[in-house]
Ligand binder design. Structure first.
Ligand SMILES: NC(=O)c1ccc[n+]([C@@H]2O[C@H](COP(=O)([O-])OP(=O)(O)OC[C@H]3O[C@@H](n4cnc5c(N)ncnc54)[C@H](O)[C@@H]3O)[C@@H](O)[C@H]2O)c1
Length: 294
């Protein structure tokens, strides 16, 4: 395992690319959007510079890490990879078409992993002719900081593929934990109903944003409140995950709350769009709770 490709350079893709590059893998970061690639490059450079300032890494590490990443909008640049990690929008049709492309163009021994938060790895594997080499590699946000990799075995994943991904995750100084392939796996099956409930409480006027988050931080010891976490994940991503769980597990409790749907329709997606439950415009950052919810 030396050459890694990451498809999708959004919130997760750029963190995954940075992490592999820091541990001296050659990384190709591919996206169809050049704007997204430019933002990814800025983000990665800023994160690495912050690490140098905190003396977590040296100036030389920064230079090597930057050198290890190729930013590309040409799909041919991902072909010669030992591992391709798909991290595009949480939409099964988009993911299926990418899996088909990777499967038809990459060598037979290439492992294909998805960073999906909820979509069936078994269904993605069935698109390919290498079902045993398809696996879920679910990194947490922000990738360079969070220790966990939730490793999802589809019903076809071979023991060899799982072992390879477990060992690789350890090389990134992460802790991999395996789960079986159910909608939302473990992390989101437990997290998303909490976020949905927090949004419903807000909608019903039980408390304002600050107090809902404050109660969960102070009372439950969570490092971040559920509404702030939803903004960090992306409200569109939260909605998509809940929809996959609602479809797959067929229980009302997973249905995305009306307010969440409304915010996504209004383009308020959290940190990445500049506004969600909090305002992230430059001057105010996350301090200011949007007037509508106070
Ligand atoms: N945001 C989180 O906290 C989080 C955490 C864990 C897992 N995930 C999962 O990671 C994946 C990516 O989420 P994200 O938050 O980074 O999304 P994002 O919206 O920030 O980025 C998605 C990227 O995919 C690109 N893209 C879309 N279609 C493409 C295609 N056909 N080919 C190449 N690139 C394409 C977009 O241009 C964009 O840059 C999703 O499956 C999501 O469920 C997200």
């Amino acid at each position: 395992m030396k050459q890694i490709s990451v498809i999708g350079s959004g919130t997760m893709g750029n963190g995954i690319a940075q992490t592999f590059a820091l541990y001296d893998f050659n990384v190709t970061l591919f996206d169809i959007s050049t704007e997204s690639l430019e933002n990814a490059k800025k983000n990665i450079n800023r994160n690495l510079q912050r690490m140098v300032n905190r003396e977590t890494i040296s100036e030389e590490d920064l230079e090597n890490t930057c050198r290890n990443i190729l930013y590309s909008d040409n799909f041919n640049s991902v072909i010669n990879s030992d591992l391709v990690i798909e991290a595009v929008t949480e939409n099964i049709e988009i993911k299926k078409s990418i899996f088909k492309d990777i499967d038809s163009k990459c060598p037979k021994n290439t492992i294909i992993a998805s960073n999906t938060s909820s979509i069936s790895i078994t269904k993605l594997a069935e698109i390919t002719k290498r079902k045993d080499k398809v696996i879920g590699m679910h990194f947490m946000n922000p990738v360079p900081i969070m220790k966990l990799v939730e490793v999802i075995n589809s019903k076809y994943t071979s023991k060899e593929t799982t072992e390879t991904i477990l060992n690789l995750s350890k090389k990134l100084n992460k802790i991999p934990l395996t789960v079986n392939d159910y909608p939302g796996f473990i992390s989101n099956r437990i997290l998303m109903p909490m976020i949905n409930e927090a949004i419903e409480s807000l909608e019903q006027g039980v408390a304002n944003v600050k107090n809902i988050d404050g109660i969960m931080k102070l009372g439950m010891g969570h490092p971040m409140g559920p509404l702030q976490l939803a903004d960090l994940i992306g409200l569109d991503v939260c909605k998509s995950i809940l929809e996959v769980m609602f479809d797959g597990l067929n229980k009302e409790k997973y249905k995305p709350n009306n307010l969440l749907v409304e915010l996504v329709n209004d383009g308020k997606l959290g940190v990445k769009s500049g506004e969600g439950f909090y305002d992230y415009s430059d001057s105010k950052k996350a301090e200011y709770v949007s007037k509508r919810f106070s």
